[in-house]
Ligand binder design. Sequence first.
Ligand SMILES: Nc1ncnc2c1ncn2[C@@H]1O[C@H](COP(=O)(O)OP(=O)(O)OP(=O)(O)O)[C@@H](O)[C@H]1O
Length: 272
Amino acid sequence: MNAITIDNLNYGYQEGEPLFQDFQLTVPEGQWLSIVGHNGSGKSTLAKLVLGLLEAQSGDITVFGQELTPASLAAVRAQVGMVFQNPDNQFVGATVADDVAFGLENRQVPSAEMPALIEAALQQVGMADFADREPHTLSGGQKQRVALASVLALKPKVIILDEATAMLDPAGKSAVLATLQELKAKYQDQLTLIMITHDMDEAALADRIVVINDGELALDEKPAALFVQGAALKQLGLDQPFETQLQEALPKAPQQYLSKQELAAWLSTLKA
Ligand SMILES: Nc1ncnc2c1ncn2[C@@H]1O[C@H](COP(=O)(O)OP(=O)(O)OP(=O)(O)O)[C@@H](O)[C@H]1O
């Protein structure tokens, strides 16, 4: 089954200025998809269209077989969670636990069931010990993990992360990405991840990367196949990952794509 199908999507913010024209994208259930593209290419707009925060001028968006319409909006949103870029704009609760509770209350989960659900969600992101903390006392990475817990508590089948690590320091970013990897390992095909990012190291974690360029799907590849396309990426305003640039600058390096770990292993075989 497909998690998301976007068919012949047409959307523009202004009349006569289309951003997406007959746009197509299918995301199979359980896939980890990265969406990359230069600033203003349409990535966030696409996420907002899938969540029904924006309404397409025409075309169909289907989430697990259910077409997105005003009538199905609530049912579709129940399946799709979203984590945004700014960790400070995502909190409504006075404490971490209150914040996770907020979404559950909206879903009218009986209050007797809430403590266990909150505890389980916080545990999954390694934040169970912070339940009573005020969100403003957390680091950026911790805040994003709580935002993820608030989404997870609602048991979504799809999580969209829109530049969710962009404002984090390296440690915060690593913690969020490690959490995502753990979640994916745990839920496997039960969880579809769509990660909008500028960061190629982050995109490398996905099963598949699509490059959006001015509302068009420019490239659609597995990470290893995308990263060797340096010239095409440059033309689309993107860089290869650092290790791929390094590999290509080394005259004797293997010609095929090497991950960071594989390149390090190859470098360590070289004699001084
Ligand atoms: N509310 C809006 N009203 C009018 N135009 C908008 C609005 N939001 C975005 N746009 C325009 O639509 C285009 C796509 O923007 P979008 O935010 O989807 O791109 P993006 O790929 O997510 O960019 P970034 O990487 O900078 O977040 C841009 O040209 C942007 O200026």
